[in-house]
Design a protein around this ligand. Structure first.
Ligand code: UDP
Length: 249
């Protein structure tokens, strides 16, 4: 691969299931998947090594199943299978755009995808293939945020990028409160202590903090944000252990 002048050479991109459903209230909208894939193609085109952890919340979450009487662990496995459906949709769409991919799953299903093998995933990225990681961690009681944090560490990514619907981390939910302010930078300690701030699961944050894996949170579809993030431009919210918590001006 051509050497890159981007700030981040290898990234772990967490794409929530909701990005796959567009205006629908449930499931997969192929137009939404195409929008996601087009953003990913842009960073593939500038020689970024990319691993994607795909969520499944647009189809099923174990915690919601538990509220309706499904055993929590069973529901979580159903949620993991939902991420595989999203992964396949994203793989298909990326390849139609000419982006080479490999999908690996944390739950073995060899007829569908490769099983997750760390060194192999790294090799795929080195060869310029976008790696889609589905089924989260392969175990229940956690979410794909934790999977993203784990995979970012073991695949030696430079940063974990979490694509969301809002442009970063806010003091309160910006979709509900007008006065919500965006953090430009956020120290992990503050992110964990201020429970009102919704960034990621506490386990995912704690793992990122303990292992010094910076996290960027931003809106995927806004102004080529993903390319800007890879190039190191100041967008969304940047979380790390060595930054002061500051609001955006
Ligand atoms: N899940 C799990 N273990 C994992 C990852 C996911 O049990 O390592 C289950 C869990 O039920 C979760 C669902 O899969 O709610 C879908 O993932 P998630 O909620 O993280 O999707 P997102 O919110 O990113 O769309």
């Amino acid at each position: 691969m051509t050497p890159t002048r981007n700030r981040f050479k290898r990234i772990l991109l967490k794409v929530g299931g909701e990005s796959m459903m567009g205006e629908r209230s449930y499931g997969i909208d192929p137009r939404a998947v195409l929008k996601v894939a087009k953003q990913i193609k842009k960073i593939y085109a500038i020689h970024t090594q990319v691993a994607i952890v795909i969520g499944g919340g647009n189809i099923f979450r174990g915690i919601a199943g538990a509220k309706n009487g499904i055993d929590r662990a069973t529901g979580d496995y159903m949620g993991m299978l939902a991420t595989v459906m999203n992964g396949l949709a994203l793989q298909d769409t990326l390849e139609k755009l000419g982006v080479p991919t490999r999908m690996q799953t944390a739950l073995s299903m060899p007829a569908v995808a490769e099983s997750f093998i760390r060194r192999r995933a790294i090799r795929h990225m080195e060869k310029g293939r976008v790696v889609i990681l589905a089924a989260g961690t392969g175990v229940p009681y956690v979410t794909t945020d934790t999977g993203a944090s784990l995979h970012a560490l073991e695949l030696k990514c430079d940063v974990l990028m979490k694509a969301t619907k809002v442009d970063g981390v806010f003091t309160k939910d910006p979709t509900k409160y007008e006065g919500a302010k965006r953090y430009k930078t956020l120290n992990f300690k503050d992110a964990i202590e201020k429970k009102a701030i919704q960034v990621m699961d506490t386990s995912a944050l704690a793992m990122s903090q303990e292992n010094n894996m910076p996290v960027m949170v931003f809106e995927l579809f806004k102004n080529s944000n993903l390319v800007k993030a890879v190039k190191g431009e100041d967008i969304g919210t940047y979380l790390a252990s060595d930054v002061k918590t500051e609001l955006a001006k």
